[in-house]
Each structure stands twice: as structure tokens, then as C-alpha cells.
Ligand binder design. Structure first.
Ligand SMILES: *[C@@H]1O[C@H](CO)[C@@H](O)[C@H](O)[C@H]1NC(C)=O
Length: 676
């Protein structure tokens, strides 16, 4: 039985509420008359929001944007902004401009078409409309995903853009369904949007959809990656394009979009909170890519594969609010030096911080979306206890701490049905998780520089307006003895290891940041070039992991179609060996795709390995240019008599090589001596 922490509202909070209410009373009494300054503010805020119902569509107009939505399907048909009569691609059908879609059982795609429109809010300040469908069982239920759907659009006065969210619900009697991917997609005007921006440095002119067609490119190792041979823009000739090169971790995937150079107009997908996404802060998702397409990914199995929980069982009711996300439009004055691109990107970043400030949006009408006062907060301090690193508790600096659905240690990485709320601790390990929806959670964490996963062993109940104060939380990372040697940094990525330069024939110039080098195409093949004469041999005390430890344990290419298994060696010297003692090999993996690591100590040909991970992982991180997929930790016990005084070698053999992408990435490896 788990203990329950259920904080009561303290008197202090109550008093604060009373004081705030008093001051609100006074301020509203004083501001009953509109001051000249305020009326100016209102005028500056633009004209009122107007809703027009036409045949087959509705139009919402706030004088800045005109948003057209198909009635009753709920598809987005148009956004008129400044000089652009539609920022979406007009040549596409009305199902293919701006829409939600969902990939479910056996890869079927459902575009979440709805049946009726409802006006939720209609004032001068704001219009919110809803497009709904109630799922009905039919003998052919496989024709639509078993979900009740409610898609929402909000346009506010003075705000150049629109807010979109959806409420998806499964009743207890709905049949089983796998739901692998849920997203919002925007297909932008092809002739106009050519410049893509997904981060401060990952920006540039992109190929067109046509450039990816037969005759203009070569498909590389998989269909997503192409080499542009005859692009419409000759400057892109010889470049690689692959949408996975523009992926971001959820915590960084807050702003991305496109710029129309002809209009000096920007289109941006802004995500102020990722509470509704799956898999926590490090889950990687697509952003924008050739099309021009912008996505808002709510759920997917990218960089996780079948380990991601995507099965929705009959008998288990489920409801989730996805979003809101904000579609923001901005414009600048054009200049020949393209300075407006920077202006637009910086303005979109400013807008992102504005949206974060007003999160959780108090103008959202759905009762399934709790506002600020209906949410709670969880505070505490995380400390690490590792007696082999010192007697004192260590403050867990910049650790990731999050609330997610109750589950086992580390379960948040593959959890997707509930909401997750993540923050980073400060330099003393203190954290404050704010704006948490009422609910039942476990608190999870991981700490940079330490292996393993933390889970607080009490369930946390968050109630509206409550603050849960946790005492000091102490994390005891896996540790059985003193460090004899270590390779890498426990940071859940392979970023600190050797990442080769890309093959000069497979460069994508949009990847400019050295820290992003792992996003280049084809690095897996560089292993066969660089380690032509033998696999990785790492000499502890001599080798340097940033130069001598390849970032991914891949197979070696041999001949045309051959892949050969590879065995890496860690050579290390032991001055003494406690034959009766137990040593521990801590082996943390940052990714695994149908790979298997067999560990052998001092005998590379032993029939039985000392340890095997067995075949693990589906995260495809190598092929998708990730520097990590899902984290795994193996604490491997090794009897002292397996070692000898003097030189020892640990052999790591990746035994699965039916294709180029069967692989693992190491995060960190440590040998611990017996407990002292
Ligand atoms: C390891 O190599 C990196 C990259 O060349 C270098 O910056 C670092 O100083 C080296 N570390 C040591 C301990 O030599």
C-alpha cells in the first residue's frame, strides 16, 4: 500500500486569497470609469471578434486574421493575414490544409472528421467554436477510430493568430484501439513559404515538395531521406533532406514555423506547455519539414517505438485535452538583406514567452481544461546520496523532476495517456512544479551526472488551488562499490562521445550548430570508414571518450549488403582483485533498436556471455538521427574471480546485424569494485 500525501490548504494561502480578492474589489471599483489611457489600449487591441456562419463554413474575423473552418468537418480551410489571402495551400482539398489526424490500428489514418458545430463563446473579445462527433458502434467500427471528438478553435481580440485544442474521449464500452500518433498538421502555401526556422540556428531555405519527387532526387537508405540532385533552387543541389533532421525534444519543441519571403510574413506553431504530450521532456518529435508543413505532435511512437504505451483498452474510460497550441502570425517590413527573417523569429520567440506567461489560458472554455486557480503546485528539494562520492548529501542541480501517471520507476518515458508536468531544479536541487492539473501522480526525476531513475514512493494527490510541500527527497542512485573507471557522462545521451563529421556527399547545410552534428545523415556508415581495420578498443586511462568511443554501437558494412557484428573492447588494469568480492558493471544505454549487447569478460569466445541484454528496443534513434532514444540501465554483477591482476578486457558484442540500423547507443559505463 502506498502512502498518500494530501496537503491541506494552509491558513496562509487562505489569507492571501482574501487579500487578493479585496484588492481586486478595490481596483475594479476604481476602474469602473474607463480612463483615456485605457480606451486607447482597447483601440490598440483591435476590432471586435466577429463570427460569420456561411454555407459549409464559418469565418472568425478579429480584423487581424480571418479564420475559415469547414462546417461540420472541423477542418481548417483558411487563414487570411495581411497580404496573404490564405497562408494555407489553396490547391489542396479541404481535408488537406489544416487538420488533426490520428494513426491507429494497423496504420489506419483517421482525420477526426466531426458532425456538428457548436458556438461555445461569442463576445466582442473572443469567439470559441467547437466541432464535435459522438462515436457510435457499428458493425464496421474499424472505419473510424472509437473516440468522441471535440475540436476547438479560439480567436481573441487583438491577437494575430488562433488557438486550437481538442478533447478526445473514450467511453468504457468503446472497443480496444491502438492509437500510435495524434497530431495537428498545417500545409502552408507552397509558393510562398520557403524559409523554415525550428531553432535559433536551425533555419534556412528549404527544398520544395517537388524537389523530393522522382527525377529530382535520390532516395537514400529509407524513403524519408533524399539526396537532392535537381532541386528547383540550384543552391540546394547535393544536399540531404530528411524530416527527422529537424526533430526536437519536447522540452525544446516550443516554437517552429515558416517565413514567406514574398510577404515578410511568419507562420508559427507555439506550444507554451507540453503537459499534454507523451513520454516526458526528452521525447523527440517532428517539428516543421518540407511541404511546407508544420506539425503539432501530441502523441507518437517516434524515437521510442513499440515500447511506447499506445494501447487503449475496452473497459478503461479515457479523456484527454490536447493543447491548446497557438498558431501565431507576424509580419515585418521587407528588406533586401532578409533582416526581417530575424525580426520575425525574434518576435515569435517573444510571443512564445508571452504565451508561457498567460498559461494556463484562462480564456479556454472547456471545463476539461482547468484554469490557474483550479490547478495545484508541488514543491520540494531533491538531494542525492552516494557515499562513494562523499559523506554529504549532494544537491541535485538542474535535475529533471516531473509528475506523471502513477507507474513504475521510469515509466514516464513511455507513458502517454495522462498529463505530465516537468521542471528543472535550481542549483540547490529545489523545484516547484506549477500549474498541475488536479489528479493522482507519482513524482519522478533523473539527475544529470547520476545513473538511474528516481521515484518518490508516495502517491501525490493534487487538488485545485493546493500546494503540496514535500520534504527533502533523497535519491540513492544505483551504486554497489567504488568507481574503478568510467566512460562518458550519465546524461541519457551519447552526445559526449565521438560523433564523426558527415560524409561530404551527405550534408544538410541547415544543421549548422556543432552540438547538432548528430542530426546529419549517414553517420552510422562512417563507423565502417573510420574503423576499417578493427572495432573500438578503449584503453582506460589512455583513451578519451570524446575521440575514441564511437557514439553508436552499429554493425559494420561489408560488401554490398553484408552487415557484420562488431565487438568493442574496454581494456583496463586492475592492481588488485578481490576474488571473493562482487564487482558491478553499470551499463547505461541511451538508445536501442533491435540490438543486443553481450558482455564477456576476458574471454571473447566464451559460448555463454557473462551477461546479455537480449534483443531490446525499437527506438530507431540511429536512423532518425537522434542522439538518444529510450534510456535503459543494466547493473551487472560480476564475481571477482572473473577478473585478474593486470590487464583485463571487457568485450561488448552487438550481436544483431540483419540491417544497418540494428544498434545501441551507450550513455555511460562504469566498473565498480566490491563494496568497502
Ligand atoms: C578529450 O578530447 C576532447 C576533444 O578533442 C578534448 O577537448 C578534451 O580536452 C580531451 N580530454 C582529455 C582528458 O584529454
Amino acid at each position: 500500500m502506498e502512502k498518500v500525501v494530501n496537503a491541506e490548504s494552509s491558513h496562509l494561502v487562505l489569507w492571501l486569497v482574501i487579500i487578493i480578492q479585496f484588492s481586486l474589489l478595490f481596483s475594479s471599483a476604481f476602474s469602473a470609469e474607463i480612463s483615456p489611457r485605457e480606451s486607447n489600449d482597447r483601440r490598440r487591441k483591435g476590432s471586435q471578434v466577429i463570427l460569420h456562419r456561411n454555407k459549409g463554413s464559418v469565418l472568425i474575423d478579429n480584423g487581424l486574421v480571418q479564420v475559415t473552418i469547414a462546417d461540420h468537418s472541423g477542418h481548417l480551410l483558411g487563414i487570411k493575414y495581411k497580404t496573404m489571402s490564405n497562408v494555407l495551400e489553396t490547391k489542396y482539398t479541404k481535408h488537406n490544409k489544416g487538420y488533426w489526424d490520428l494513426v491507429w490500428d494497423n496504420g489506419a489514418v483517421d482525420k477526426l472528421v466531426t458532425e456538428r458545430m457548436e458556438i461555445i463563446t461569442q463576445t466582442d473579445e473572443l469567439v470559441e467554436v467547437s466541432f464535435k462527433k459522438t462515436w457510435k458502434p457499428t458493425p464496421y467500427y474499424h472505419s473510424t477510430v472509437p473516440l468522441n471528438i471535440d475540436k476547438r478553435y479560439i480567436v481573441r481580440r487583438g491577437v494575430p493568430g488562433l488557438y486550437m485544442y481538442s478533447i478526445l474521449e473514450r467511453r468504457a464500452d468503446f472497443p480496444d484501439a491502438h492509437m500510435y500518433q495524434i497530431r495537428l498538421a498545417f500545409k502552408l502555401n507552397k509558393d510562398k513559404f520557403r524559409f523554415m526556422a525550428v531553432s535559433d540556428v536551425k533555419q534556412g531555405i528549404m527544398p520544395t515538395a517537388k524537389d523530393r519527387e522522382t527525377g529530382r532526387c535520390h532516395v537514400l537508405a529509407f524513403k524519408e531521406a533524399v539526396l537532392l540532385t535537381h532541386p528547383t533552387d540550384p543552391r540546394l543541389r547535393g544536399q540531404v533532406d530528411d524530416k527527422y533532421q529537424y526533430s526536437e525534444e519536447s522540452k525544446d519543441n516550443r516554437l517552429h514555423g515558416w517565413i514567406s519571403d514574398a510577404d515578410a510574413v511568419g507562420f508559427w506553431v507555439i506550444t507554451p506547455s507540453f503537459e499534454f504530450r507523451t513520454g516526458g521532456p526528452h521525447k523527440q518529435e517532428l517539428t516543421s519539414h518540407v511541404g511546407p508543413v508544420s506539425l503539432s505532435m501530441f502523441a507518437s511512437i517516434h524515437y521510442a517505438g513499440e515500447d511506447m504505451d499506445s494501447f487503449y483498452q475496452k473497459g478503461k474510460p479515457w479523456k484527454k485535452v490536447l493543447g491548446p497550441v497557438f498558431i501565431y502570425l507576424n509580419s515585418a517590413s521587407p528588406d533586401p538583406g532578409h533582416g526581417y527573417r530575424n525580426t520575425l523569429w525574434n518576435d515569435a520567440k517573444r510571443q512564445l514567452s508571452e504565451e508561457i506567461k498567460i498559461w494556463p489560458y484562462n480564456f479556454v472554455a472547456s471545463e476539461d481544461f482547468p484554469h490557474f486557480e483550479q490547478r495545484g503546485e508541488v514543491n520540494g528539494q531533491l538531494l542525492v546520496r552516494d557515499r562513494y562520492m562523499g559523506k554529504e548529501l549532494i544537491q541535485a542541480k538542474y535535475a529533471f523532476v516531473g509528475l506523471a501517471a502513477p507507474g513504475s520507476v521510469g515509466s514516464w518515458k513511455t507513458e502517454g495517456k495522462g498529463y505530465q508536468f516537468w521542471v528543472q531544479t535550481d542549483d540547490t536541487g529545489r523545484f516547484s512544479v506549477k500549474n498541475v492539473r488536479p489528479g493522482v501522480y507519482n513524482l519522478y526525476a533523473w539527475v544529470y551526472g547520476f545513473i538511474g531513475d528516481y521515484k518518490f514512493d508516495h502517491t501525490i494527490i493534487v487538488q485545485p488551488g493546493n500546494k503540496v510541500h514535500l520534504d527533502k527527497l533523497i535519491y540513492d542512485p544505483p551504486r554497489n562499490g567504488p568507481t574503478l573507471w568510467e566512460i562518458g557522462i550519465p546524461d541519457r545521451t551519447a552526445a559526449e562521445f565521438f560523433i564523426p563529421e558527415p560524409n561530404p556527399s551527405f550534408v544538410n547545410a541547415i544543421i549548422k550548430d556543432d552540438a547538432d552534428r548528430f542530426r546529419h545523415y549517414g553517420l552510422w556508415d562512417r563507423y565502417s570508414d573510420i574503423y576499417r581495420h578493427g572495432d573500438v578498443v578503449y584503453n582506460v586511462g589512455v583513451s578519451n571518450y570524446s575521440k575514441d568511443w564511437f557514439f553508436a554501437h552499429v554493425c559494420r558494412k561489408e560488401g554490398y549488403n553484408g552487415e557484420r557484428r562488431t565487438t568493442w573492447q574496454i581494456r583496463h588494469n586492475l592492481q588488485e582483485v578481490k576474488e571473493e568480492g562482487t564487482y558491478t558493471l553499470q551499463m547505461a544505454l541511451a538508445a536501442a533498436s533491435y540490438g543486443e549487447v553481450q558482455v564477456r569478460i576476458n574471454d571473447p569466445t566464451a559460448v555463454r556471455p557473462d551477461f546479455t541484454t537480449s534483443r531490446i528496443g525499437f527506438d530507431n534513434a540511429v536512423a532518425r538521427h537522434g542522439i538518444h532514444g529510450l534510456y535503459r540501465l543494466y547493473s551487472i554483477s560480476v564475481p571477482g574471480n572473473r577478473f585478474r591482476i593486470g590487464e583485463n578486457t571487457i568485450f561488448l558484442k552487438q550481436t544483431r546485424c540483419q540491417g544497418s540500423f540494428q544498434s545501441v547507443m551507450y550513455d555511460y559505463i562504469r566498473l565498480e569494485g566490491p563494496a568497502v
